[in-house]
Each structure stands twice: as structure tokens, then as C-alpha cells.
Design a protein around this ligand. Structure first.
Ligand code: KIV
Length: 258
């Protein structure tokens, strides 16, 4: 299904839009069954590589994850998160986005807002690129984690940012850790869907980092619901394997070649 068909489908939904991150083919295969949007997030830096910040991941490493994930995508919209310092000006953005789309077969790219890069979004959209915006807590541009929309000027600024991103032609926008009353207001104002993370059920859809949801990352702020304790499940399995190896219960003859 092409992007236009996929996006029309999510615009018509009479339910919330379901989104998650994925960094690899096997997990993306499961997600593609259930998700409307799958994001190859730059959170791969912290969740997978153990880096201190998402700013540390480079484009080529992310492209490899994009290639892996794209092998499993049949029906969801595949969005590639442009990493830090890959879209500082239009020339750089065009060059890197072109490379991403060519190599990963993604449907769209996501750009974090720095409050100034609307022009880049607009030019990319005009050149035929599908763009998802991202406002609120934007890890690439904020020094440390803090929920957004609580200071006196925040409301005006965040609404203004969201409207400018919509006008620039983005097909959807992530609201990250925004005060829920403001997230509700932004969702009412915009025509494009808002995808919340830590921004309440008033958004049109929700996204989480898969590794947080399945209990693999060890990162559980209050906006995350952990549906599974995969750390524990894996740990139990490895413990059993260790016992079997030590007690010579594995491998059996049936696991061996004559
Ligand atoms: O990189 C990421 O996983 C993200 C989501 C948190 C929206 O940008």
C-alpha cells in the first residue's frame, strides 16, 4: 500500500492511532500486525546502544536499523527519525533525507522542532517528502528531561510551533511530555493528528518506545506502562540454560549430529 492510501486510512480512523518504535526486523514483524505507524526512533541510541543521549547516534547506524525494520513492513506507515545534526539547513536535510528514503524504503521522516526549522519541513514537503513533526520535550534540542508547557509563555509558543508545523505540511505531529491541558488544546486546534508520548489520552494517537513497554530498557518514567517484564523472562531462561550446561543436561544427543 502506498503512503497516500495508508495516511488516508489513519485520517479516517474512528479510534486512536497506534504507534510504537522498532529497531529490528523480528520485532517490527510483530508490530506491523497491530500498529498504524512504526517509528525507527533515534531512541535506539539510548535504548539499544546504551549511549547517554540520542544526540550520539549517527545517520548510517540508524539507516541500518531502518533497513532491518523495513523488511517487515507490510501495512503500517514507516517513519524514520532523522538523527541530530542531519537537518541543520535545507541542503543538509535534503541530502540526508534523500539517502534515508533511498536506503530504507521509509514512508516518511520525523524532524524534531527547534522552534525555527518550519521552513525546512515546508521545503521537504514541497519536494514530495512526507514529514512528521515533533514538539514539546525534544531530546535533540533540550539539555535535560523536563515536561513541557508549564511556564507562562509555553502555551503560546507550543501552539504557535504546532500550527507552523501543520502549515508547513506535516502529516502528523508527536507531542512529547506536554502538559495534558495544553496537549488537549493543541489537538483541538490542529487538523493533522497529534501522537502523544507522556501527553495524555487527549491526543489522537499514542506512541511509546517498544523497549520500555516490554520491560527491556530499564527506563520507566511515569508516562510508560510496562506491559511485560522481558528482562525477567530472559533472565529466567538464561539461568535455566546455565544450569543445563553445567549439569550436562544440554546439549542432548538429539541436539547433536551423528
Ligand atoms: O526516538 C524516539 O523513540 C522518539 C519517540 C519517543 C517519539 O522520538
Amino acid at each position: 500500500m502506498n503512503f497516500l492510501k495508508k495516511v488516508k486510512k489513519i485520517y479516517k480512523l474512528d479510534r486512536k492511532i497506534v504507534c510504537l518504535t522498532a529497531y529490528s526486523k523480528p520485532l517490527a514483524k510483530i508490530l506491523d500486525e497491530y500498529c498504524d505507524i512504526i517509528l525507527v526512533g533515534d531512541s535506539v541510541a539510548t535504548a539499544f546502544y546504551g549511549m547517554k543521549s540520542t544526540k550520539e547516534i549517527n545517520l548510517d547506524t540508524m539507516i541500518n536499523h531502518g533497513i532491518s525494520v523495513s523488511k517487515s513492513i507490510n501495512k503500517s506507515i514507516l517513519v524514520f527519525d532523522m538523527p541530530y545534526n542531519t537537518y541543520r539547513n535545507l541542503k543538509e536535510a535534503k541530502f540526508n533525507v534523500k539517502k534515508v528514503l533511498r536506503k530504507t524504503n521509509s514512508d516518511a521522516v520525523k524532524l524534531e522542532s527547534n522552534g525555527k526549522n518550519f521552513y525546512i519541513i515546508s521545503k521537504l514537503v514541497k519536494s514530495g517528502v512526507n514529514v512528521m513533526g515533533h514538539i514539546g520535550y525534544t531530546p535533540q534540542y533540550k539539555k535535560s528531561f523536563s515536561p513541557q508547557g508549564f511556564k507562562s509563555n509555553d502555551e503560546k509558543q507550543l501552539i504557535d510551533e504546532a500550527v507552523k508545523i501543520e502549515k508547513a505540511g506535516a502529516f502528523a505531529i508527536v507531542l512529547e511530555c506536554i502538559n495534558f491541558k495544553l496537549a488537549k488544546k493543541i489537538t483541538k486546534i490542529l487538523k493533522i493528528p497529534t501522537i502523544g508520548i507522556g501527553s495524555s489520552l487527549y491526543c489522537n494517537g499514542q506512541i511509546l518506545v517498544l523497549d520500555d513497554l516490554i520491560g527491556l530498557s530499564g527506563f520507566y518514567p511515569k508516562f510508560v506502562k510496562r506491559y511485560l517484564n522481558l528482562n525477567k523472562i530472559i533472565s529466567n531462561a538464561i539461568q535455566k540454560y546455565k544450569t543445563d550446561v553445567i549439569k550436562k543436561k544440554f546439549p542432548k544427543i538429539s541436539n547433536s549430529y551423528k
